[in-house]
Design a protein around this ligand. Sequence first.
Ligand code: UDP
Length: 377
Amino acid sequence: MVQNVNSTYTGGGVAEILSRLVPLLGELGLEAKWSVVQGTEAFFTVTKKMHNALHGRQDGLTPGDYSLFMETSDRHLEELELRGDIFYIHDPQPIGLVRRKKELGGNWVWRCHVDVSNPDMAVWDFLRGFVDQYDAAVFSAPQFSRELPVRQFLIAPSIDPLSDKNRDLPQDFIDSVLRKYRVPQDKPLVTQISRFDYLKDPVGLIEAFRLVKRSIDCRLVLAGGTATDDPESDKVLAEVQERASGDPDIHILLVPPQSDLEINALQRASTVVVQKSLKEGFGLTVAEALWKAKPVVASAVGGIPLQVKHRWTGLLSHGVEGTAYDIKRILANPELAKSLGDNGREHVRQNFLITRHLREYLLLFLSLAYKEDVVYL
Ligand code: UDP
């Protein structure tokens, strides 16, 4: 039995992955469970600060923040029903559950989805106190691994090509979604799908879009929702709305949770998909767009370069001007756009589908279960 624990059932890449992998593990005959730790808004404000700090942003955690984290973590120890041979704990929010390891036994894996290559050291040192108690840590990209006394594994995330988020869609459905959100299809569409989060840099993308518009007429679609473990999104959304106000070519779409078919349709309707993140663990939205054979312009940060091989499976951009330049390149060159999209889809087929992910999950479980039998040559 494998028990996964994270902090939200909806919103964000971790929930997206678990919603596909957990049932699939079940279909293979492996008992797999997914639980979520609960917290107040104050707790998630602290964990969002931690998330930002791990990505290198100085968010200044106070002693009170650490105390609140520990109090909530203590409550999780009491409240959450934990049972299994493998406990797969995602990101910092539930990290303290490892304190039940002695009592429960089993193998404990900390799955880090964040780019921790250059963290705020105070926060990282605090989390290290927990990470060191695990049996293994799993990271998405090689540059995220840290010096740790526990075994480390590299497993990239994945998308499920058969899910509503990624399956083929008829054109009339795509058209109906655009009509619903009042996005005319009279001009090329430049799209970013993301939670409203500073690290996704929606404001920077609006600036880049304005530079593009000086020479090419197009529309910008910023589509996203909120996640229950991200209290910062309302503030970011308000700022984005203010920056875009009065521009009829900028469409800010608030997409409710579980709108997978609609997100899929928006991605498929796009001329170019952008991911202008300042920091990124992996960026599942990039894989989703590439799978739809879309030309992608994405920042060269975190796990994105695993997916976007510059000028082969997309364009890796730097800053506002660089992003604008790359968007223009794609809009002005349909042949380039097509070849990037086609190569991107193939790259995802070979590397980032759920079947590869599942195989690596199972290999990880095997290597944890049989670690004593490993023969070192
Ligand atoms: N997503 C969604 N609705 C939204 C915004 C995002 O379903 O309004 C999905 C998106 O399609 C992707 C995931 O949430 O599957 C985001 O994962 P990613 O790794 O790109 O970023 P994260 O939010 O985890 O930082």
